[in-house]
Design a binder for this molecule. Structure first.
Ligand code: NPQ
Ligand code: MG
Length: 368
């Protein structure tokens, strides 16, 4: 395909409730959407970079700048662009994986739409629906946490993930386990908030039969994850640390984790995410699909990815209404704790123009 126009559209979506993690509280999601026009048709991509560089080093304003100044010019300079050629064309630019993922996804969407192939079938999906969990923010009190968890369980979510930090770990986990019983699938996510000194509090979580403990330590501290893995029965899962299939294989061989959270944005795109899925499968390590509070655009692609065979736990692929009053696409609605895998060409969904327009804060159009 020949790339003709790229539109960088910024939107702001209010969250239905504030989302508090160990790195801060958010009441709004600032999303960068990419719309590409090629000689064979159009495609969409969503950049998962957050407003601030607190989850990872990337942030939405930086992603916008690197796309405009480095990534898009390289694609315009190429005589021909396909999804598989995007990563090689951008290879001299280091890092910025979320920005690279967004543009690769938009090109892949255009390519698959042109060939009438769905994301799911292209990526290798083996399921028509995926099991869903929900990520629960740090609450103001244990009572409020129990209330929030109860509402998600009632809605049908098949797994609960509690955000934790030092001082909000053993007590909330004990309370949820005691209230909801041994059959509730329960896991925790620390977003790198612990270190060698506070690690002993994580060992105290071992008695609660958690599915896994996600990213307790710094993203570049594989060793500390290995030490914890050797001290507890509960599985250690990596999120922020896993930036490629090569890093995934390294972390597994070092004994740093026994489960991996796959987020395409964090690893540079859906093609690399499939390679992470495959290398984990080959090494006997299950994966599950993470989430970055995507709109329906990113969510559709995530649900397709989560339908691959080695996705063996419910994902953070929640319904649209977990985060947003009104999604920019047709909303994803939970049915028996599951979401249907889109079957239409490309990601199978598109933004509703009126909703998109109302939420847009800026548009930059770049021509070849
Ligand atoms: C994680 N996601 O697994 C991320 C972190 C994350 C679903 O827990 C606004 C505020 C947007 C906090 C996107 C989930 C966010 C956010 C992602 C946290 O670590
Ligand atoms: Mg995480």
């Amino acid at each position: 395909m020949k790339l003709k126009t790229v539109e960088l559209r910024r939107i702001a979506l209010p969250l239905v409730r504030p989302f508090r993690t160990s790195f801060g509280v958010q009441t709004r999601r600032d999303v960068l959407l990419i719309h590409v026009v090629t000689d064979e048709g159009e495609g969409w991509g969503e950049c998962v970079a957050l407003t601030d560089p607190f989850y990872s080093s990337e942030y939405v304003e930086g992603a916008h700048a690197i796309l405009r100044d480095y990534l898009i010019p390289r694609l315009f300079a190429a005589p021909e662009v396909t999804a598989t050629s995007v990563a090689p064309l951008l290879g001299d630019v280091l890092g910025h994986r979320m920005a690279k993922a967004a543009i690769e996804t938009a090109i892949l969407d255009a390519e698959l739409r042109a060939h009438d192939i769905s994301f799911a079938s292209y990526l290798g999906a083996v399921r028509t629906e995926v099991e869903c969990g929900v990520s629960v923010g740090i609450a103001a009190s244990i009572d409020q946490l129990l209330e929030e968890v109860a509402s998600y369980v009632k809605e049908g979510y098949l797994r609960i993930k509690l955000k934790i930090e030092p001082g909000w770990d053993v007590e909330p986990v004990r309370a949820v386990r005691e209230s909801f019983g041994p059959d509730l699938r329960l896991q925790v996510d620390a977003n790198s908030a612990y270190d060698a000194a506070t690690s002993v509090q994580l060992e105290a979580l071992d008695e609660f039969s958690l599915l896994l403990i996600e990213q307790p330590f710094a993203e570049d501290d594989l060793h500390q994850h290995t030490v914890l893995s050797q001290r507890i029965r509960t599985a250690v899962c990596l999120d922020e640390s896993i930036t490629s299939a090569r890093v995934a294989a390294d972390a597994i061989r070092r004994g740093a984790c026994s489960v991996i959270n796959v987020k395409a944005g964090r690893m540079g795109g859906y093609l690399e995410a499939v390679r992470v899925h495959d290398v984990c499968d080959a090494l006997g390590i299950p994966v599950w699909c993470g989430g970055m509070l995507e709109t329906g655009i990113g969510r559709a692609a995530n649900v397709a990815l989560a339908a691959l065979p080695n996705f063996r736990y419910p994902g953070d692929t929640s319904a649209s209404d977990r985060y947003y009053e009104e999604d920019i696409t047709e909303p994803f609605v939970l049915r028996d704790g599951k979401l249907p895998v889109p079957t239409g060409p490309g990601m199978g969904v598109q933004p509703r123009p009126d909703v998109l327009q109302a939420l847009t804060t800026s548009v930059e159009t770049i021509q070849s």
